[in-house]
Structure formats: C-alpha cells, structure tokens
Design a binder for this molecule. Structure first.
Ligand SMILES: Nc1ncnc2c1ncn2[C@@H]1O[C@H](COP(=O)(O)OP(=O)(O)O)[C@@H](O)[C@H]1O
Ligand SMILES: [Mg+2]
Length: 341
C-alpha cells in the first residue's frame, strides 16, 4: 500500500503501531519479502504491488559483527529481480541467507491447524539452514517427483520401476536430513511450549510412507493407487508433523489461542536451532502478537521472544510503553505514512 517507506531499525526491538488498515502488516510484508522473495500471507503478486503501479522495489542493508550486505528485490509485471551486493545470480537462497526472517502473524495457528504443507515448509526452512546440502537434494527430488508424476499421467507405467531407483535415493536422503534436524528441533520446541502452555506437547515427524516399510517397498505397494490417481502417493512430499497436546490431537481438540501458542513455540524453537547454525542474526516479525491471547499468555510469549535474542519488529494497535524491555524504537503508521516517535 505504501508509495514509499524508509525504516532505520533498532538492532534489537522495534514497535510499529497504528489503527486498523493503517499499513502495519504491509510494512512487515515489505521487510519479509526482502528475505523470502514471497509474501508471508501468500498474497498474490497483484495484491502486493501498490494499486495503480506495475512493480515494487525494495532495498535493505543488514549489518552484523562481521559484514554488511546490501539486498534488493523487485517484482511485478517486469518479473522477479534479485540482487545481493550487486550480484543478480544468487537466487532466492542468497537473500534468505543474508536476511533470515521468521514471522508470527495472526494466521500462525495454521501451522498447527492447517494443511501438512504448512508444517513441511516450516521444517524445510530449518533443514535448509542447518544442512547446507539440503537445498540441492530437495530440488532434485522435486524434479524427480514431477517426472514420475508425468510418467503416471502419460500412462508410461512400464518405466515407473526404473524411475523409482533415483527417486528413492533422493527421497530417503530428504527424509534422513529432515529426521536428524527434527530430533534437535523437537527438544527446543517442547521446552518452549511447556513455558508457554502448562501441559505437555508431543511432536512427531511422519515421513510420508508407512514407518515399517522402506520407500522402495512402499512405492511398489502404492503402485496401483498411483496409477489410478496419476500421482505419487508416498514419499517425503507427503510428510507431516503430528502434534499432540494434553494427549489429544492439537489440530482438533485445542482452542485457537492454544493453537497459536503451540505454533509460536514451533516458530521460536526453529529460530533457536537455526540461529545456532548461522552467523546472520534472524529477524523475527511479530504481526499483532496480542491477537487471540490473554494478557498472561502474551507476557509469556514476549518473554520467550526476548529470550531468543533476535532482532524483532512487532506491530500493535496501541503504543505500549512496556512492550519490550529496555530501549526500543517506536514508529507510528497512519494512512501509509510511517513516522519515528
Ligand atoms: N495493493 C495495494 N495497493 C494499495 N493499497 C492496498 C493494497 N493492498 C492493500 N491495500 C490497503 O492497505 C490497507 C491494509 O493495510 P494493512 O497493512 O493490512 O493494515 P494493518 O495491518 O495496519 O491493519 C487497506 O486499507 C487496504 O485497502
Ligand atoms: Mg494487519
């Protein structure tokens, strides 16, 4: 929505406040787009570009103890253009490495209550940062899966078995890397969730095919179903994380506020683990963190956020003078204009 916007952020804590529809979420969207190359709201491109304009353009500069990075991204009718320190060929992963961003927004409960894709994407963000080889394997697997599905669509069923070989090697490697990262992540998420909620959470990785079979066996067993449905029904692209809270399914038996706290524990756990593996500080964006939370829960959440040590930009409808401990920057946004307070 902004015509133009410039923010000089505090290295630790920042609060953007303003009325409904003043542009708070749009400001966070702009910051996160620089590190992710996509909308955290999954908004279509035409909604991200300002009405009446063809493209948007974003610049950012990050500084840590070792170096500075200059990031740029533009998108719209001219297509996606990226730059990191003047180089245009690094791909989105170069921006994601220079500006790692995590977001907690009012839709965060979807990480618990939404489709498995939300949880795969979440886990993959961690594995991508922790295991440098992951992105390459993941891309190869995606290509192999696409090709296998194409064979199924074109009724090339005789070629399936020979195609399986490469597919299995990649699929098992994806699964191995995810599982090793998940083991570490699980500990961190459990700890934070018990600080946020009183009862225990159990968190399990489901690999995307039956636990007592290897992927080869499972592909063969699923072959007639795959042929019938013209797509591959087993493999790490069907993985999920099952979340149990207080001995029930967190998806079905838990209130929206509790789902939000569980999801926040997942996000903060991922921030903790990823930060141990990368030099660049993670930027944590909190869009209206008070939504769905009572005062006590919000306090607990903010305590855990502060414990992360990340740089934070939060939004709120009101200007609270005790939102963060110590010094922080406050910005007021009104009808698409941001002023530093
Ligand atoms: N592509 C766009 N171009 C211009 N204005 C937009 C666009 N998309 C949304 N808006 C406007 O931005 C405002 C919403 O901003 P948002 O950042 O969601 O506000 P807040 O988070 O402060 O409630 C709405 O008034 C909406 O009309
Ligand atoms: Mg908003």
């Amino acid at each position: 929505m902004f015509d133009s916007l410039e923010l000089q952020l505090h290295p630790k804590y920042n609060l953007i406040y303003g009325n409904n529809a003043s542009g708070k979420t749009s400001a966070l969207e702009a910051i996160s787009y620089l590190g992710r190359g996509r909308s955290f709201r999954d908004a279509p491109l035409k909604n991200i570009v300002r009405d009446g304009c063809d493209n948007f353009l974003l610049f950012g500069q990050t500084t840590n103890n070792i170096k500075q990075d200059k990031l740029g991204i533009s998108n719209g009718s001219d297509g996606l253009v990226l730059s990191l320190n003047g180089e245009h060929n690094g791909g989105l992963e170069s921006l994601a490495g220079a500006l790692p961003v995590q977001v907690i927004d009012p839709n965060i409960h979807n990480l618990v209550a939404g489709s498995p894709e939300n949880r795969r994407r979440y886990l993959d963000w961690v594995v991508f940062h922790v295991e440098p080889s992951y992105l390459k394997v993941w891309r190869k697997y995606k290509r192999s899966l696409k090709q296998r599905n194409l064979l199924l669509k074109n009724h090339n069923n005789k070629e399936l078995r020979s195609w399986n070989k490469g597919f299995i090697v990649l699929g098992e490697e994806i699964s191995r890397l995810r599982k090793s990262v998940f083991e570490v992540l699980e500990g961190s998420v459990s700890q934070i969730s018990s600080a946020l909620l009183n009862k225990g959470i159990s968190f399990q990785y489901e690999q995307g095919w039956p636990i007592n079979q290897d992927l080869e066996e499972s592909l063969i067993k699923s072959e007639s179903r795959d042929i019938h449905l013209k797509s591959t029904q087993v493999g790490p692209h069907r993985a999920d994380i099952s979340i149990t809270y207080d001995s029930g399914s967190a998806k079905k038996q838990v209130s929206r506020g509790q789902q939000k706290l569980l999801a926040c524990a997942m996000v903060l756990g991922s921030v903790e683990i990823v930060q141990e593996h990368i030099d660049n500080p993670i930027l944590l964006l909190l869009d209206d963190p008070s939504a769905e939370l009572d005062k006590n829960s919000l306090n607990k959440l903010m305590n855990e956020v502060v414990a992360m040590g990340s740089q934070v930009v939060a939004t709120s409808i009101e200007n609270h003078n005790d939102f963060f401990p110590g010094d922080y920057f406050v910005f007021h946004v009104e009808q698409g204009i941001i002023k530093s307070i």
